[in-house]
Design a protein around this ligand. Structure first.
Ligand code: EPU
Length: 420
């Protein structure tokens, strides 16, 4: 059983390079199915979710060749199997993109109901609504979702909730559909735009990604190509928060500052000093952090995937902060673990009231999901003494070499393999 051990209290300093965006990567790998050709995907993060999805692609018959840790060649010409097995996708939420991509290309797909991090009900009704509107028939039986269509025809789809997954999945299903599909109330996240840019690179006609109306005009044929994934917004934010909580001075490189505006704004409000260049953000923590209120929202709002890390940071600010989670119904499960480190947080429904000036001290804790794991690392960096974090596999799903990157900034952090 692997654990991360942190001796907290070190000020972090230096430069860190951000990896490619997980949530773009897990959409673009299945999107390569649509190409029916060879695609080379660069700047992939070296993380468990990418590895898992690559295995699932292989299982359905794509030939995946790892050129190096961050570059994958996918040859989707000989896919013979439209059915992903439970074993190949059970831990990956993004397996649902196989559904849209296979349905779009073959008119047929069978994929297990998605797994992934557990923070309450994670419905996919909007994906299904989109596929059905395009002309597919959907059945859910024995834990599998089956989609079939003789023909997909473009139509108007208004999403009832802003959903990243449904927006991308409908784009994937619609690339070959006859006529034009219009997604209204679409998600605007950077990874939605990245997936659309990838599809356009292979010959699709997707317009409007990044706004709340996306138009996809079906084409007859797509082709291969080489595509570079954007930097990870959430990994960038995690290192920015690490700078803030340790009173450090970190330059986060290979970022798109525009994607970080909501985070820059909150950290500035907390008294961090921030400067940006074309592809970097420098965060200086200083000693006078103050608590603020944060509400998570779809992009360009403050990302829910940075809510736990921000919670850890608020513990060290002066005063009281209120954190409201509006995207997921139950994303506060990790707070009990933060409390073991000394956090003083009261939860009422989707609102958490954080009492700042907490005296954090190291303890043994467990990651309850990916970003919860990141929050425990952040808190551990500021806690006095030794923090031991279990369930590291969650963290590995989304962070490339987190302990190496933090060590290079001066953190006392290591991974150990403890016998159970
Ligand atoms: N929702 C529905 N019906 C649907 C789909 C979503 O009601 O059919 C609701 C959800 O219950 C949730 C909200 O809509 O309340 C937003 O869900 P969304 O579909 O946008 O989430 P997702 O696509 O399943 C992606 C990321 C998550 C991130 C969310 C929100 C991937 C693989 N995952 O999930 O990332 O939290 O968008 O930005 O892209 C993470 O990286 O740690 C992570 C969990």
């Amino acid at each position: 059983m692997e654990q991360i051990v942190i001796n907290g209290g070190k000020r972090l300093e230096g430069e860190v390079y951000v990896s490619g965006a997980k949530n773009a990567a897990v959409a673009i790998i299945p999107a390569a199915i649509c190409a029916n050709d060879i695609c080379v995907i660069e700047n992939l993060p070296y993380i468990e979710d990418v590895d898992g999805l690559t295995k699932a692609m292989t299982q359905i018959g794509a030939v995946c060749t790892q050129r190096d840790d961050n570059t994958l060649e996918i040859d989707s010409r000989n896919i013979t199997n439209c059915c992903a097995t439970y074993e190949s996708v059970r831990q990956i939420r993004a397996s649902y993109y196989l559904l849209g991509a296979l349905l779009g290309r073959f008119g047929e797909a069978e994929v297990p109901l998605p797994g992934g991090c557990d923070f309450g009900v994670r419905p996919i009704d909007q994906h299904i609504k989109g596929f059905t509107a395009l002309g597919a028939t959907i059945d859910i039986e024995h834990g599998m979702i089956r989609a079939r269509a003789d023909k997909l025809v473009g139509t108007n789809i208004f999403l009832d909730v802003v959903s990243v997954g449904a927006t991308i999945n409908i784009m994937l299903a619609a690339v070959y559909a006859q006529g034009t599909t219009i997604i209204e109330n679409a998600a605007k996240e950077p990874h939605v735009v990245d997936a659309a840019n990838f599809l356009n690179m292979i010959g699709a006609r997707v317009k409007g990604a990044g706004t709340d109306v996306i138009r996809i005009t079906g084409v007859q044929k797509l082709h291969g190509g080489t595509y570079t994934i954007i930097p990870d917004q959430i990994e960038s934010g995690t290192y920015m928060v690490a700078a803030a909580i340790t009173g450090g001075d970190i330059t986060v490189r290979n970022v798109i500052p525009k994607h970080m505006e909501s985070v820059i704004s909150k950290l500035s409000e907390m008294n961090c000093q921030i400067s940006t260049g074309e592809d970097y953000i420098r965060v200086r923590g200083g000693g006078n952090l103050r608590c603020v209120n944060v509400k998570t929202m779809p992009y360009p709002g403050f990302p829910t995937d940075l809510q736990p890390q921000m919670m850890a940071l608020l513990c060290k600010g002066h005063g009281t902060g209120i954190l409201t989670e509006t995207v997921w119904e139950n994303r506060f499960q990790y707070i009990n673990e933060l409390k073991r480190l000394g956090a003083n947080i009261k939860v009422d429904g989707r609102t958490a009231v954080v009492q700042g000036d907490a005296r954090l001290t190291g303890a043994q804790v467990n990651a309850t999901d990916l970003r919860a794991g990141a929050a425990l690392v952040i808190a551990g960096l500021a806690a006095k003494g030794e923090t031991i974090i279990g369930n590291v596999r969650y963290i590995d799903r989304g962070y490339e070499r987190i302990e190496e990157k933090l060590s290079s900034l001066g953190a006392d952090i290591k991974r150990i393999n403890r016998e159970v």
